[in-house]
Design a protein around this ligand. Structure first.
Ligand SMILES: C[S@@+](CC[C@H](N)C(=O)[O-])C[C@H]1O[C@@H](n2cnc3c(N)ncnc32)[C@H](O)[C@@H]1O
Length: 221
């Protein structure tokens, strides 16, 4: 279990693992195929979600929306740290229901879960609010959802906290420094950072992975 997950959720951390396993079973991920790496994937996924929430909390957001939330662990982390979401949404009712169930089991009631499709619905907040997204991706996604999140932030002057969609096989290969340098994930991240800097943002990239490299892009106006 990741250190920050333990710090924020303490003895409740196991509930996050159980809930995460359920969302994986619900989706297209074939758990059987990757049993060997399941524990790493679970710990990493939960920990990077928690770390994303912690990093956003450092900016003391007055408003924020989490897009493609799944269980909404960044929002739950933010709530634990004293911040409530304007919207924590996903197009999948099943995932949102699991998120709500997890929140209830943690005694957290201020995270505003919603079933919404980002293709047809955009959050409305004041400029300077945060858009938060951890691995926002559709089935068989080519990354267009995260580009849409980034472009919405730029268009509306929102701050952005984005963990781009990893390609798991690629991420595992990235454990080798040479592969890391050649990775298309890093190239994507570089493109996003340039686009944000050109649009007037201060951009910082934090590696929030434990074993597998995972970056969060924090862009603030
Ligand atoms: C890879 S999962 C990540 C879930 C969660 N953020 C996490 O990292 O644990 C991508 C999520 O994006 C959601 N999603 C995909 N397209 C979406 C859309 N158009 N609007 C809202 N959510 C969407 C999926 O339902 C899924 O829950």
């Amino acid at each position: 279990m990741g250190a920050q997950t333990q710090e924020v959720f303490g003895r409740d951390s196991g509930k996050l693992v159980e809930a995460y396993l359920m969302t994986m079973n619900q989706g297209s991920i074939n758990i059987g195929r990757m049993l060997e790496t399941l524990e790493i994937v679970l710990d990493e996924s939960i920990e990077t979600n928690v770390r994303l929430g912690q990093l956003v909390a450092q900016h003391e957001p007055t408003q924020y929306t989490e897009i493609g939330c799944g269980l909404g662990i960044p929002s739950l982390t933010l709530e634990k740290l004293g911040y409530a979401s304007d919207s924590t949404f996903d197009k999948s009712r099943g995932r949102v229901d699991l998120g709500k169930q997890l929140a209830r089991s943690l005694g957290l009631h201020r995270t505003k879960y919603e079933v919404k499709n980002f293709r047809y619905w955009y959050p409305t907040m004041h400029a300077g609010s945060f858009l938060v997204a951890h691995n926002p991706a559709g089935e068989g996604s080519n990354g267009d959802l995260e580009v849409d999140v980034l472009e919405l932030a730029i268009a509306r002057n929102y701050n952005l906290a984005l963990v781009p969609r990893p390609n798991l096989d690629e991420s595992l290969r990235e454990l080798s420094p040479r592969c890391r340098a050649e990775s298309s994930l890093l190239k994507r991240e570089e493109r996003y950072c340039s686009r944000l800097r050109e649009s007037g943002y201060n951009v910082k990239v934090h590696d929030i992975g434990i074993i597998v490299p995972a970056n969060v892009i924090i862009a603030v106006k």
